[in-house]
Ligand binder design. Sequence first.
Ligand SMILES: *Cc1c(COP(=O)(O)O)cnc(C)c1O
Length: 468
Amino acid sequence: MGPRSRLARLRASDRRHAWKPFTAMSAYLDSEPLVFESARGHYLRDASGRRYFDGVSSIWCNLQGHRVGEIDAAIRAQMSKVAHVTMLGPTHPGAIDLAEALVRIAPRGRAPQGKPLPPARKRLTRVFFSDDGSTAVEVALKMAFQFWKQRRPARPRKERFLCFSDAYHGDTLGAVSVGGIGRFHAVFGPLLFKSHKVPMATCYRCPLGKRFPSCKIACLDEAERILERHADRIAAVVLEPKVHGAAGMIIQPEGYIRRVRAMCDRHDVLLIADEVATGFGRTGRMFACDLEGVRPDLLCLAKGLTGGYLPLAATLATEEIFEAFLGPPESGRMFTHGHTYGGNPLGCAAALANLRRLRAKRIVEGVDAKGKALERALAPLASHPNVGDIRRAGLMCGIELVSDRATRRPFPPAERPAHRVADAALRRGLWIRPLGDVVILMPPLTVTPREIAWLGRVVREAVEEVLP
Ligand SMILES: *Cc1c(COP(=O)(O)O)cnc(C)c1O
């Protein structure tokens, strides 16, 4: 069977049985989906042999390309020992070493001027493994909730969460309850717990009509007011630091994370940082919290943890939170939560190799310069009449398309301009996946200067083809 007829057979079978995530299936069934079969470096290859640049890092998780020698070898070596053992009771060397490695790189925070460093029990020293970003967030929410009931003195009324209007924290019901992307989740409203929602910083469409920095981040004033009034009922603030990714790469102004941390401190509320997307160098620092010297109380990690190889997630907690769960077994103070494959040894081996290589090749240190190069490569687009905003943090980049630049009016939903741009890019060998009207570019951190120049050119051509 030739590659063409093989591809046709695969697609026919897919059409009969597939039900895809976040996919309008009617349109999908009429489409000819990509069937990626192999990859090397920054390129994916489909079943007919065509090559595509992985422009969104296989949905934001691939950091160093595909088939990285060191990571492949680490997984193979682990496979020759054991593929899976449970973390319910026992443990294994990979989980032990990875927990230590994560604690070593976890954000430490910077003491505000003139103030002493936070005590050691406020450092992120405990690691709870699960398997996905959503589960890392569920774990953090439940830990925060249970913490206040068991802490001495207990604050059992602190049961709510403060979160941001268009945040995305995953698709399990707890994560959806603290998220707010209407077009993803509106239908599940009746299943969700109530939370305090405040608008996120959307500088391009500031609802207050202000500008940074003279605004003094006034969009956080409402959060401050809610905390002033309700902090005795609030367990934690949940934040995607620096970048609200799924909302369309919405970027927070400088000082935002620090101010959220200060608010949490002032009102005795925990800070949960969801760094599932921003973690492991994406924003130019190991973690986005490091951009502003902020130490969260709970840190959620997934996507890039294994370099985009295997599902593995971790929730880091401070020693202070962990202590509230200590006590004799009959006290019932344990954290009653766990996932069968959490802390899987193959995933841990991949993660350790990923972290080792990030450090050895100083990859995170190079992200800032590469991000700036990407911005320069896209700069000619800035004057296009349908390009409203080009925003970027490190190697997370969004290009928002609008029907009218002056009024920033969006396109009618049926026009799907970003989808059409992605299709035009695909014809040129670049695979990207848009979000609403935002063209997303999120190449692997190891993207080369030549590839960056090519990316810029292809995206420009694609936009100009779709919106001449
Ligand atoms: C992707 C993402 C999640 C969910 O992770 P899954 O592994 O898809 O469950 C949570 N939070 C953020 C910020 C994300 O980008």
